[in-house]
Design a binder for this molecule. Sequence first.
Ligand code: GUN
Length: 291
Amino acid sequence: MTAQIIDGKAFAATVRDKVAGHVARLKENHGITPGLAVVLVGEDPASQVYVRSKGKQTVEVGMNSFEHKLEIDTSEGDLLALIEKLNADPAVHGILVQLPLPGHLDEDLVINAIDPAKDVDGFHISNVGLLGTGQKSMVPCTPLGCLMMLRDHHGSLSGLNAVVIGRSNIVGKPMAQLLLGDSCTVTIAHSRTKDIQEVCRRADIVVAAVGRREMVTGDWIKPGATVIDVGINRIDAPEKGEGKTRLVGDCDYGSCAEVAGAITPVPGGVGPMTIACLLANTLTACCRANA
Ligand code: GUN
């Protein structure tokens, strides 16, 4: 079998188009423009790329983008003061603090200082609790993007066996909650899981979010299963020239695609959906604030 490719890039474009349509109507009918504030502390190159991309796409869908770039040695007090200011600013509907933060800053403290209604990452403890209890919340963008692709591919997910590999707060745990919410039978596998290949081979859906390049190989996959690869790992690519790099996922694409029924590529799978969902969450936050 050769897997169907789930085209996250194309799907993300349709999500952005829908968001842009809503934003245009909000402006025209109500004079409201959704605004997203992104806070970056320090100069981590990968984070800078993400933040630039978020800002560009925010503007492209007609929203206001507010970028706050702070020095790497910014004090916790100064960062918290900025968050307080953004919480109080009616032009700001969504706030995202790019992670990871430099080591001297307490990530939990900072994230929980964001107004939960503006927490478009869905990382605030209130949103985590609301998601866990099946209540209306802000849903973390990467798992939300994965869920949208899975629903689009399968229709109903009810009764399917899903294995999420990875137990991070950003992806693994909320992904498991969302799949449970769609009535999957959910297993979270991680670095201590015994016979992890066997566990994965029972799955109709595998979501790989471990951050280890090409860890999941075709022999882990049940024939016909759907594979969602959340990993973004940059590796040397001498075949492209000296010093060149390329991106690979947490799944070995070649061998998994031979066995799976459907698979997301890297790049062009989950990555574009994450930012599209961030824009959708910002729109949602704006609509709730003005309801
Ligand atoms: N760093 C890596 N992924 C994310 C994300 O989804 N949100 C934030 N705020 N930081 C990240």
